[in-house]
Ligand binder design. Structure first.
Ligand code: GLN
Length: 483
């Protein structure tokens, strides 16, 4: 790759937009495609590239000046449907499943002139925090190939960090956009529940799931959210709330903003380097004129337990449809019952089976009240904690994850240790509020560390304002993985 091409993959979204408006969408695509193919041999971030389906000729045919994302390559997590292309959730059970329609987010991106650029690897059915549970091999972290990129949107985060694409879509049920963003040193936003349509997202936990952008900078995330957000009649849980121009929030000013540090998020056992960087981020905000306050979210300690009841209950019913009849894999068998059993035994990996069993158990007669119903009640208490705290502050600042990226294999045989890596991200999904992870430093070993900003429902603008100010003040986003 020539040096000039190398630097083109470093462009911001706005700069890339200028380039593709001048030189054509295909020129931009080819620059990223070359690099992505090379690096994918190391990173396994993409499951498929589909150059013939790029349809950039269509993009080229449109008036570039009216398309806000003209020619911008956006990588797509393997649980978001793209018409005519396999969507498989990195699972064997969906092998050969070709959706006949575009997810609403894909439709919106195409209208804006963006190009779906390839399909990103992930944890199978988005169950996981390391992208190791993919049926197609683990994704590697561009900052250290022996480490995980986080999960479940690990391929999306790794591909953005490695400059294989300009931006990616992820999905977040309990942290799957933010935790990999933090492990890979990029920006990841989980929007408010209902802000972005879920139509065409293969469901995990329907009352938690949101699609969101993963980008290198806060501005790039705002430009994508301008296109992704908005009401969709095809998703009854999407909210009819007007969408602001998020780029207007990108002013370098946080004076008077009240930022809370929830004391339950600075716990014993968290990595000291993470704590140091996150506390330093709070100090940076103070020095820029924000008011830093201590707040409390007392029910936080129940979050992981509640999530692993309610989310797995939803997952087990959502995955009931994968039985060999309508979608993907079908095993040969003598009877219908045997076909179901054979297909599901062969098609699902170990973590998916664990979740289906757990979810079926908590929903079963006799246990429903003790687990599922009780879980829902505690979920309400957790949501109320946030409502109360947001009366005193405009934003909350926490670590995104308790540690930087861990080693491949380190937690894969210990589900509980894996589940605990989402301790700071899960409460946000239980409450349905928006939150972003953005880079706030590096460990001594050179691994990225992320800080999480949470806001009231539909106040993504406040997050954008504070995130942009911090990013411009500190410049951590400029550091590149040593590939
Ligand atoms: N890591 C969490 C889980 O395993 C969250 C996953 C997600 O957000 N999709 O469920």
């Amino acid at each position: 790759m020539s040096p000039s091409q190398e630097s083109l993959t470093d462009l911001s979204l706005r700069e890339a937009l200028d380039f593709s408006r001048k030189n054509g969408a295909r020129a931009l695509r080819d620059i990223f495609l070359g690099r992505a193919r090379d690096l994918n041999l190391k990173l396994n971030a993409f499951l498929r590239f589909s150059p013939r389906d790029f349809e950039s000729h269509e993009v080229d045919g449109a008036d570039p000046s009216t398309r806000p994302l003209y020619g911008i390559p956006v990588a797509v997590k393997d649980n978001i449907c793209v018409r005519g292309r396999q969507a498989g959730c990195a699972s064997k059970i969906l092998e050969g499943h070709i959706p006949p329609y575009d997810a609403t987010v894909i439709e919106r991106l195409r209208l804006a002139g963006a190009v779906p650029f390839g399909v990103c690897n992930m944890d199978e059915f988005a169950f996981g925090s390391s992208s190791e549970s993919s049926a197609f091999g683990p994704v590697r972290n561009p900052w250290d190939l022996e480490r995980v990129p986080g999960g479940s949107s690990g391929g999306s985060a790794a591909s953005v960090a490695a400059r294989m694409t300009l931006a990616a879509l992820g999905s977040d049920t309990g942290g799957s956009i933010r935790q990999p963003a933090s492990f890979c040193g990029v920006v990841g936003l989980k929007p408010t529940y209902g802000r972005v349509s879920r139509y065409g997202l293969i469901a995990f936990g329907s009352s938690f799931d949101q699609i969101g952008p993963i980008t290198r900078t806060v501005e790039d995330a705002a430009l994508l959210m301008n296109v992704l957000a908005g009401h969709d009649p095809k998703d009854s849980t999407s909210a009819p709330v007007p969408v602001p121009d998020y780029t207007r929030a990108l002013v370098r000013d946080v004076k008077g903003l009240r930022i809370g540090l929830p004391k339950e998020y600075f716990i014993e056992g968290m990595d000291p380097e993470v704590e140091k960087s996150v506390r330093a981020a709070a100090e940076t905000y103070r020095s820029m004129g924000a008011e830093i306050k201590s707040v409390s979210l007392p029910h936080t300690r129940h979050s992981v337990a509640v999530y692993y009841i309610v989310a797995v209950a939803e997952a087990s019913s959502n995955l009931g449809r994968f039985d060999g009849v309508e979608f993907g894999l079908r095993a040969d068998a003598k009877t219908l019952r045997e076909m179901y059993i054979e297909t599901r035994s062969r098609g699902f990996g170990a973590e998916a089976k664990r979740r289906i069993l757990l979810g079926t158990f908590v929903l079963s007669a006799g246990y429903y009240e003790a687990y599922y119903l009780k879980g829902q009640k505690v979920r309400t208490l957790i949501r109320e904690d946030f409502q109360k705290a947001f009366r005193e502050v405009d934003l909350m600042l926490t670590p995104t994850a308790p540690t930087p990226a861990f080693k491949i294999g380190e937690k894969s045989n210990d589900p509980l240790a894996m589940y605990l890596s989402d301790i700071f991200t899960i409460p946000v999904n239980l409450a349905g509020i928006p939150a972003m992870s953005l880079p706030c430093g590096f460990s001594a070993a050179g691994l990225p560390i992320g800080v999480q900003l949470m806001a009231r429902p539909f106040e993504e603008e406040t997050i954008f304002r504070a995130a942009f100010a911090f990013e411009q003040e500190t410049g951590f986003y400029k550091r590149k993985p040593p590939l």
